[in-house]
Ligand binder design. Structure first.
Ligand code: PGA
Length: 251
């Protein structure tokens, strides 16, 4: 079902004690509050189990920021979707532009990761988005269509209905440059229509599509007010309760 969702992406930040303090601080801040969205925090792998044990996971769900494209076995250093799920995590961020750019994750590898995540009952938060060059060339719609088609359109309708999409223009990530609410709405509506062309209107309408890229307390309200923007994936501003809480309260 389509839901409002605010997800933090801590990236490679916080030691374990710092991460625990941040998670517990958020847990406390939300205690007794009624919020109008689901809340997720995407934490480093080694924090997953400790964070999940330290907070009320019925209020704040825990996400990994990646998982392996193989089920298990001799893949030194990798962390499988089953391992992530066994920590109590419910989500996994996949296809983030930093993983695509710095770790050369291809559409094909991401396809495998999505399949394994879903098989282990994790909700993938699947990231797509164009670079500045793409946008300058007017190719943003083609780029996101290709990303969605190449990694997700092999899924059954049932499987597709269990994932969340995050539109994150690469030029807006960590740059302080946010897409305008109009730009976000335009491309979110486009993504939804692309989903509808494959899976039908009902599944497209039920898919949560998040915006990501320099979202903060100042711009969150305007973004989530748009009909096709169902929440956000937040990097920098998720690293303190002070900055993250007002984004959760933007709904
Ligand atoms: P940012 O990162 O909010 O720091 O721009 C968003 C993301 O990369 O998910």
């Amino acid at each position: 079902m389509r839901k409002n969702l605010i997800a933090g992406n801590w990236k490679m930040n916080t030691t374990l004690p710092e991460g625990l303090a941040l998670a517990k601080g958020l847990n406390e801040a939300l205690n007794g509050k009624t919020v109008k969205c689901d809340v997720v925090i995407g934490v480093p792998f080694i924090h997953l189990a400790s964070v999940a044990a330290a907070i009320d996971t019925s209020r704040i769900a825990v996400a990994a920021q990646n998982c392996a494209d193989k089920e298990k076995g001799a893949y030194t250093g990798e962390v499988s979707a089953a391992m992530v799920a066994s920590t109590g995590a419910k989500y996994v961020i996949l296809g983030h532009s930093e993983r695509r750019a710095y770790y050369h994750e291809t559409a094909e590898v991401l396809k495998e990761k999505v399949i394994l995540a879903l098989a282990n009952r994790l909700t993938p938060i699947f990231c797509i988005g164009e670079t500045l060059d793409d946008r300058d060339a007017g190719k943003q719609f083609d780029v996101v269509d290709e990303q969605v088609k190449a990694s997700l359109f092999g899924l059954s309708a049932e499987d597709f209905s269990h994932l969340v999409i995050a539109y994150e223009p690469v030029w807006a990530i960590g740059t302080g440059k946010t897409a305008t609410a109009e730009q976000a709405q335009e491309i979110h509506a486009h993504i939804r229509s692309t989903i509808a062309s494959k899976y039908g209107q009902a599944i497209a309408e039920n898919c949560s599509i998040l915006y990501g890229g320099s979202m903060n307390a100042g711009n969150a309200k305007e973004l989530v007010a748009k009909p096709d923007v169902d929440g956000g994936l937040i990097g920098g501003a998720s690293l303190s309760v002070e900055n993250f809480l007002p984004i959760i309260e933007a709904f």
